[in-house]
Design a protein around this ligand. Sequence first.
Ligand SMILES: NC(=O)c1ccc[n+]([C@@H]2O[C@H](COP(=O)([O-])OP(=O)(O)OC[C@H]3O[C@@H](n4cnc5c(N)ncnc54)[C@H](OP(=O)(O)O)[C@@H]3O)[C@@H](O)[C@H]2O)c1
Length: 338
Amino acid sequence: MFTPDDVPDLSHRVAIVTGGNRSIGLETTYMLLRKNCNVWIASRSQSGFEEAKQTLSKRNDIDDEMIQRLHFHSLDLGEMKKAQLSGQNFVKNNPSRLDIVIANAGVSLQRPDELGPDGYELTMQTNHLGHFSFITSLLPLLEKTAREHGEARVVITSSDAHAFAKEGIDFDSLTKSKPHLGIRGLSDAFARYGASKLANMLFARELDKRWAAPLRKQGVMVSADCVHPGTILNTGLGGTGSEWGIPSFIGTITRASAMFIGFSSLEGAMTQVWVATTPDLENEDHGKYFVPVTNWRGRYMASKESPPDSKWGSDDELAAKLWEFSEDALVKAGGQRI
Ligand SMILES: NC(=O)c1ccc[n+]([C@@H]2O[C@H](COP(=O)([O-])OP(=O)(O)OC[C@H]3O[C@@H](n4cnc5c(N)ncnc54)[C@H](OP(=O)(O)O)[C@@H]3O)[C@@H](O)[C@H]2O)c1
């Protein structure tokens, strides 16, 4: 069984957790902090960061020294050029090392009739295109860290919901808004969330193939993997449902049922923290998908590698196409080619 106490000592290490200010991301931050890591919460609001700091500082096992190792880095995944600049600024202004990146931030069930400022539908924009722009700008620092300190890891939070993307990724539809709200709109929004989580998985696979595996061949231990955190019903994901005409009491009941069904946010953070820190994966292949293992009561026990639940999750052609599409989208949005 893997518990927060089993996270190895992370003294001197530096981690970024995107969306580390609440829910699964906050618990990820918590586990890294209490094992002596220097943690940067990359999120879009300083006030959200201050709230997270307050929450953590009230915990019995978090002391002042730990809180001093917690920092804010401004990141809005909603625009590609801004997300790339955010990564470039981190490299310019922050410590000379970066050992761990956990790409945890995410949205779901965005309105299908709206596009983001770069012209892409909002779920793929935030969950994949924003992270693609941010993470690719951090690669030189990750490589330097691995050369100087032994290793560096990227972990991307995907989901079992990747299996909702039954037809893979429909690139043409990403720049089209869909007029439907109501039940039809909700079903479109689920499919778009699934496609974005499939993109998270394919990005981890392709990043490992293009960037990490060639470096590992030279003895530079970098890696990229992705995870499903489990199902956690009382996070902010999915909003209130009111924009879909769903009565608000249904959201309240769903969130309340989290006391009995599904994981806590802390359990949800375990797999990504394990993949980011365990020595067990040091000499393994990467670009993989990891999931939680539960006991008979559905409680988190451990994490393990798993084949994706859909054929698209291991489709190398689709992964390469997604990389090219994302890089072109970044350049069209005014960002720099990788
Ligand atoms: N909950 C589940 O059952 C479940 C299952 C499978 C996978 N996941 C994945 O787990 C991850 C965390 O989800 P969660 O349930 O903890 O959700 P959550 O409570 O809604 O937290 C999402 C985080 O993402 C941040 N975020 C959203 N849009 C952003 C943007 N444009 N730029 C920067 N940060 C942004 C949020 O920041 P703000 O506070 O500023 O909004 C928040 O910190 C997501 O990738 C999700 O897809 C969750």
